[in-house]
Design a protein around this ligand. Structure first.
Ligand SMILES: [Zn+2]
Length: 130
């Protein structure tokens, strides 16, 4: 590794941000799970109301699919946050996993669970597009 770990107070600072992000994320996932539950309850609900609401059913399904997609994204984010917290404990947080240089502070502010510096990230994205 080209650089040393971030100072403890910086790590602590980032840990707090990550913990807060994790709480927000968990809350969002819980809310979405509730919506999903309600949605499936409605669609398997009693048949008399089903016929009345049949016209709405299409939009409901689309909405549920959207929710499921968002849930998937949020789940991945939560995983990334947990991994970032592990890096805080290993004191490798804030260091790019590819080039081993510090990840820019400004970048960590926007994406606290970032694993790569801006340069490496854009290179990775170019690779993916090929
Ligand atoms: Zn890098």
């Amino acid at each position: 590794m080209a650089v040393g770990s971030l100072p403890d107070d910086k790590l602590k600072q980032h840990e707090e941000i990550l913990l807060k992000e994790r709480d927000d994320s968990l809350m969002l996932i819980n809310n979405m799970n509730e919506t999903q539950k309600k949605g499936s309850k409605n669609s398997s609900g009693d048949l008399s109301s089903y016929s009345y609401h049949q016209a709405d059913q299409g939009t409901d399904t689309a909405e549920l699919e959207k929710q499921a997609h968002l849930l998937d994204i949020e789940g991945k984010k939560l995983k990334a946050i947990n991994e970032a917290l592990r890096r805080v404990h290993n004191k490798t947080y804030g260091i790019c996993e590819i080039c081993g240089e510090y990840i820019q502070e400004a970048r960590l502010k926007i994406i606290p669970y970032a694993r790569f510096c801006v340069d490496c990230k854009s290179k990775e994205e170019k690779k993916k597009k090929k």
